[in-house]
Design a protein around this ligand. Structure first.
Ligand SMILES: O=C(O)CCC(=O)C(=O)O
Length: 209
């Protein structure tokens, strides 16, 4: 492993999140964004979390290719020390004032990536993380994405201001959220979720019960 890769892995293991700047070009970010907009044009936008479209890979093979063979995959393999298990690719928009995702964690195992497709900071609802929270699961186990919890003063807060093409890579157990889009500028992100195929099945079963 190169010294740079070893340093990235050390940060990832310690904080549960790393950001790599200019991971893809702005041109690639524009292409992802245009394909995601086209693939989700017919998705009804009503209710809570209607700004989140999972299963992009079923709508356009371009996203299946990204999920399975995108440039993030070898980086994830280095960080995890094993091949990531692809689950789904998603498009997260945030154009309206009420599209808040409260602090939560996603799954027990695996890894998640989030590529910025627009400029994002706290004013339009950037991703936020509690560094090291993946090592304190019990303390944060009660958090739910649909239930407000104010962690804005947490000493280990990471406000992930990002530019198009930057990537955040995080453990699903690292507490994360995104606030309201207060300035109304476009805030879109492309997310790949690697927690194994069984995760989506277990989520559906939980939703039905
Ligand atoms: O993009 C967002 O606003 C939230 C993303 C998120 O919660 C996730 O990737 O699990």
């Amino acid at each position: 492993m190169s010294p740079d890769a070893a340093a990235l892995k050390a940060d990832f293991d310690r904080d549960g999140v790393v950001i790599i700047r200019e991971f893809v070009t702005r041109e690639t970010a524009r292409e992802i964004c245009a394909r995601a907009e086209a693939a989700t044009r017919d998705v009804p936008r009503k209710g809570r979390f209607s700004n989140i479209t999972k299963g992009l890979e079923k709508r356009d093979g371009y996203f299946g290719e990204w999920l399975n063979n995108g440039p993030q995959v070898p980086v994830l393999e280095t960080l995890l020390g094993k091949k990531p298990e692809p689950t789904t690719a998603s498009f997260f928009t945030k154009a309206e004032n009420d599209q808040e995702v409260h602090p939560h964690s996603d799954a027990m195992e695996g890894v998640v990536t989030w590529i910025a497709l627009d400029e994002t900071d706290v004013n339009n609802g950037c991703m936020q993380f509690v560094k090291g929270s993946h090592k304190r699961r019990e303390e944060f186990a009660h958090l739910r994405a649909d239930s407000p919890t104010d962690l804005s003063d947490h000493p280990d807060l990471l406000e992930a201001a990002m530019s198009p093409g930057d990537i955040a890579i995080f453990k699903p157990t690292t507490v994360h959220w995104s606030g309201r889009n207060r300035d109304g500028s476009a805030r879109r992100g492309f997310n790949c979720f690697y927690v194994g195929k069984s995760y989506m099945g277990s989520k559906k079963a939980a939703a039905k019960s």
